[in-house]
Design a protein around this ligand. Structure first.
Ligand SMILES: [Zn+2]
Length: 143
């Protein structure tokens, strides 16, 4: 285990069932580790402090091969370690609470309540340690 902040370790951001199945190493670059750390300090640590250890990362860092394998967009912030998807375990209401908490209290670049065609929901949040944070909110529940 490689701790990055008091409640998060690097493996939580690099673990991926798809990477494992396809034999993709998904090793983060040094810059990605810097970005993941900034995301933790600014967004994820405060969220875990508020809600508890139930705040879990479903998808964090994605190397190019992994991002392609999961159908991520070419400029995904997961590629740079700036974004994480938070697992909701089917609890949409929990997702809405986290979404609102982040929106009202924390700095972020992009905050998206996402879902796929199977009805699985997750919260995507990104943080830009190098530049401006746009505070862009996309609520896909409205679609
Ligand atoms: Zn995402």
């Amino acid at each position: 285990m490689t701790p990055i902040t008091s409640h998060f370790c690097l493996e939580e951001f690099t673990a991926s069932a798809t990477a494992k199945a396809k034999g993709i190493a998904n090793t983060p670059t040094q810059q990605a580790v810097v970005n993941i750390t900034a995301l933790c300090i600014s967004v994820l640590e405060p969220l875990r402090k508020w809600w508890g250890n139930e705040v879990k990362i479903g998808s964090g860092y994605r190397c190019k091969a992994l991002n392609q394998a999961v159908g991520g967009v070419y400029n995904s912030q997961h590629l740079t370690g700036q974004a994480a998807d938070l697992c909701l375990d089917g609890d949409k209401q929990k997702g809405l609470k986290w979404f609102e908490y982040i929106r009202r209290n924390l700095p972020f670049d992009q905050l998206i309540l996402e879902h796929n065609s199977n009805g699985t929901y997750w919260v995507h949040v990104s943080f830009n340690a190098q530049g401006k944070n746009r505070h862009q909110v996309i609520d896909n529940l409205l679609k």
